[in-house]
Design a protein around this ligand. Structure first.
Ligand SMILES: Cc1ncc(COP(=O)(O)O)c(C=O)c1O
Length: 282
């Protein structure tokens, strides 16, 4: 197996050109699968435990079985080593495996894929657009990290067509929910707020760490239900995700925020970098 382009698929490391899933794989056919994206810093995945816990939570939510943690971690280590990756994103995907051509899922071995690719530095700021579609906070997959991301693909293309880099969803009650691949925070009068689980958002690993950092730094913070319009009038807005870390929002729907990349956002971005440097599995 040559360097740079290897993935782990169903128990072995393979060259990417040689890595195949069945045409009957339920992940491919109906989006029946779950995944995690971890950030690899200097060759080592960050926050393994939290990501493995969430992978199992998402799988539970779909009634899927995830391979043993040790299997997943060993597969990841092999992929990172074979591809000689230092700064990377690591993707773990588990699907319902080979199934009939419909929604029914029978008992079978799940498909496990572990892949990685290099990450170049991410911009410190971003513009966002609120999309005209809702996250369904009452849906069967609300809060689960499933591979059914077509809504996110559509929403991100909508945002990019309007010159923005990320798309924000309201939920069916027009409350602030989340973005396609990140959680949303707003800062008002020094209080840091992010939507609660009941908004239908994914409980991001970075989101949880940022809330913990707020506590550590003595910054007032809460999980709060907010109308999506809060974005237009907040002092500061930022996104969090594994790959973006803490990213300041400069524009909402084409309008510049008065306090983009303000004091609280910068403070949390720095605190997050410091956390990564001191604790690989917080
Ligand atoms: C829909 C969605 N919301 C939020 C996040 C942020 O989660 P995390 O901080 O665990 O990467 C992600 C993941 O990238 C996501 O796909």
């Amino acid at each position: 197996v040559t360097s740079r382009e290897c993935v782990w698929i169903n128990g072995e490391l393979r060259d990417v050109d040689d890595a195949r899933v069945s045409a009957f794989d339920h992940g491919l056919l109906v989006g029946d699968g779950v995944f995690e994206t971890l950030r690899v810093y200097d060759g080592r995945p960050f926050a393994w435990t939290r990501h493995l816990v969430r992978l199992e939570h998402s799988a539970d939510g779909l009634g899927l079985t995830v391979p043993e943690r040790a299997v997943v971690r060993a597969a990841a280590a092999e992929v990172l080593e074979a591809n000689a990756l230092r700064e990377a994103r690591l993707r773990i995907t588990v699907t319902g495996g080979v199934q009939p051509l419909g929604s029914e899922r029978r008992a079978t071995t799940p498909t496990l894929i572990v892949a990685a690719s290099e990450v170049r530095s991410v911009a410190e700021t971003i513009a966002v657009v609120v999309v005209p579609w809702a996250r369904n906070e009452r849906g069967a997959t609300a809060g689960l990290k499933t591979v059914s991301y077509a809504e996110n693909v559509r929403a991100l293309a909508h945002a990019q067509a309007r010159g923005a880099g990320e798309a924000v969803f309201p939920n069916t009650r027009d409350e602030l929910c989340e973005a396609t691949g990140s959680n949303v925070f707003v800062v008002d009068d020094g209080v840091v707020r992010t939507p609660p689980a009941s908004s239908g958002c994914l409980l991001g690993v970075t989101r949880a760490l940022v809330l913990e950092l707020c506590a550590e730094l003595g910054l007032p913070h809460e999980e709060a239900t907010m109308p999506v319009e809060v974005l237009a009038r907040a002092d500061e807005v930022f996104l969090t995700s594994t790959v973006r870390e803490v990213q300041a929002v400069t524009h909402v729907d084409g309008r510049a925020l008065a306090h983009a990349r303000g004091r609280v956002t910068r403070c949390l971005a720095e605190a997050f970098s410091a956390l990564v440097a001191r604790d690989l599995d917080p």
